[in-house]
Design a binder for this molecule. Structure first.
Ligand code: 5RP
Length: 289
């Protein structure tokens, strides 16, 4: 029988003090379920609303490209400086220490390499993302590529259904269609399409007029770094994207192919979270290096 004698009458009801009902800090995410918000709060720092994702999923289409030949040597030492890790499941299981305590955005489509046609992809079973405790899954969409657009949009749609069922946010990754101009009109269309199909985060590329791309996308945008640039230019890219309203970066080559990757990711972090100007961040990079 329950021990009723030990139930004390409550006294601190706070009568007259309204219960706080806070909005969620992330654009377009207020109506999501608790689990989705919890996972998004691990990826995006609630204090700044931004994130530095470290992308090292390149091997899943490119093989051992420069900087990711030995993830254990080049990437693992950078993990402590990242807000979130973006990689494929094989590398995650084989090389990323589960003691890292970092959220993972799991690359969740597969199917082709750079040796054949890109993007005829399938989406991994959501149960594997659940088992890996993924904080988000990433799926590529080839807007404007006649051969693969419908298939990749369907992949995204299916991933969103599966993600919703398990409380896992989906990041739509815009792959630039072969014949598309890399301008704000194209990235605005591609980003919006991802969001309209249910993506909770969109990853795209910075371009002139990026503020319009961000303004018409109802969910947070992070930018890819793209090809390796001189450090100052990469910091300038990150700065412009953030000033245009991006919620962070998902950067790979401009970090792990840098002369000093640990210094670079910290300098990128200062641009993203503290709003350092490119010259200040470059100074920081040089000091750390
Ligand atoms: C490719 C990806 C890559 O992870 C992405 O492009 C980020 O890497 P980088 O900064 O090297 O461009 O999602 O689809």
């Amino acid at each position: 029988m329950a021990d009723l004698d030990d139930i004390r009458d409550g006294r601190e009801y706070g009568v007259g003090v309204a219960q706080r009902t806070d909005g969620f800090f992330l654009k377009g995410s207020n109506n999501l379920d608790w689990g989705m918000k919890d996972r998004l709060s691990r990826i995006f720092n609630p204090a700044t609303g931004r994130t530095v994702m470290l992308a090292f999923d390149h091997g899943f289409i490119m093989g051992p490209t420069s900087g990711v030949e030995r993830i254990d040597l080049s990437i693992v030492p950078l993990i402590e400086h990242a807000d979130c890790l973006m990689c494929a499941r094989g590398v995650l299981r084989a090389l990323v220490p589960p003691t890292s305590r970092k959220p993972v955005c799991l690359r969740s489509d597969a199917g082709t390499s750079i040796l054949t046609e890109l993007n005829h992809n399938v989406v991994i079973d959501i149960q594997d993302a659940v088992k890996l405790n993924a904080s988000a899954i990433a799926v590529m969409v080839s807007v404007g590529d006649a051969a693969t657009e419908a298939e990749t949009v369907a992949n995204l749609y299916q991933a969103v259904d599966a993600g919703q069922a398990s409380g896992i946010p989906v990041m739509g990754v815009t792959a630039v269609g072969k014949d598309m101009a890399r301008d704000a009109r194209y990235f605005g269309l591609a980003s919006r399409l991802c969001a309209e199909n249910g993506a909770n985060i969109v990853k795209t590329y910075y371009t002139e007029g990026f503020e319009k791309v961000v303004a018409c996308c109802p969910v947070p945008i992070v930018i890819a770094g793209g090809k390796k640039l001189p450090e100052l230019e990469a910091l300038d890219l990150a700065y412009r994207a953030i000033q245009s309203g991006a919620s962070g970066v998902d950067m790979g080559r401009n970090v792990f192919q840098s002369e000093k990757p640990a210094a670079m990711i910290q300098a990128v972090g200062a641009v993203v979270h503290q709003g350092l100007k490119p010259a200040e961040a470059f100074q920081m990079f040089n000091d750390l290096k």
